[in-house]
Write a protein that binds this ligand. Structure first.
Ligand code: NDP
Length: 263
């Protein structure tokens, strides 16, 4: 399938690892000119080297903390001055943060919202004017199905992701008139950098023998009985970013092997 987005300009936050890197790789393979944002320069450099191997479009990295409004402004100033516009924005930067309500503090909630809600807001506000000017845009917010149906000990992630899902729906109503499509992908368990850290910690503590055992245990209640691969999420993100998804907006698609208790 030709996605019809050759030469589009995409920004993928959290693009140096995991799902973001997979999405950036696929978009670049489709001929999109991709800019990845993340905080750690060494990881960005490694990702650019890896993505370049199969990229058809250009691949570029800018160090940026999406929870910091000034950092986002600097990054988008650089992107807009070089490329003149942003066509596709993937708000992917984030990290699991799952606690009981009992252990929740205001600081934990504020930090989580700063990263996942404010970060997506700052980047969207920076990208939207050029999308509006050309009457074409795609915003894909990465969230999780806990934002639709919170499980035990899923706070504050379930709260910030509910906000992300609500923001997606509201933005889709506001910007449809400008042909800007806004959707969210609700991630379940996907093999990634943050999950590999958890897997290695589980091995170190003796809870499991191997990192694969960690994933097997974690996914025993997933209907398809396995962890997802970052590239599987990347494929959906690239599709939603494409010309082929031209009548899809305001949706929240579960990418979780059937794990969520809700559609
Ligand atoms: P990874 O841990 O593999 O990668 C996270 C990326 O985000 C890295 O590039 C990291 O780089 C970047 N990042 C983290 N904090 C910031 C920040 N403040 N500013 C800019 N970049 C940042 O993540 P995943 O692929 O697992 O997750 C991707 C998204 O999917 C996240 O939003 C996550 O919450 C969500 N998700 C993932 C699940 C999973 O099972 N993998 C489950 C549910 C949701 P650096 O640290 O250098 O900044």
């Amino acid at each position: 399938m030709n996605l019809g987005i050759t030469n589009r300009i995409a920004v993928v936050t959290g693009g140096s690892e995991g799902i973001g890197k997979a999405a950036a790789t696929i978009l670049a393979e489709e001929g999109v000119n991709v800019v990845i944002l993340a905080r750690t320069q060494s990881k960005l450099d490694a990702a650019v080297a890896e993505i370049s191997q199969t990229a058809v479009g250009s691949i570029q990295a800018i160090s940026c903390d999406v929870s910091d409004a000034g950092s986002v402004e600097s990054a988008f100033d650089a992107i807009l001055s070089e490329h003149g516009k942003v066509d596709i924005l993937v708000n992917n930067a984030g990290q699991g943060n799952a606690n009981t309500f009992d252990s929740l503090t205001t600081q934990i909630v504020d930090d989580d919202y700063a990263l996942k809600v404010h970060g997506a807001m700052y980047c969207s506000k920076a990208a939207l004017p050029s999308m509006q000017a050309q009457k074409w845009g795609r915003i894909i917010n990465i969230t999780t199905a806990a934002g639709k149906a919170a499980g035990y000990s899923t706070l504050p992630t379930a709260m910030s992701r509910a906000a992300g899902i609500a923001m997606t729906k509201s933005m889709s109503k506001e910007y449809g008139v400008d042909n800007i499509l806004v959707n969210t992908v609700c991630i379940g368990s996907i093999r990634s950098a943050q999950n590999m850290v958890k897997a290695e910690e589980a091995v170190a503590s003796g809870a499991v023998a191997t990192t694969e055992d960690y994933y097997t245990e974690r996914c025993k209640d997933v209907p398809v009985l396995r962890v997802g691969e970052a590239r599987e999420a990347g494929d959906l993100i690239a599709y939603l970013a494409s010309e082929r998804a031209s009548y899809i907006s305001g949706t929240a698609i579960n990418m979780d092997g059937g794990a969520a208790p809700v559609v």
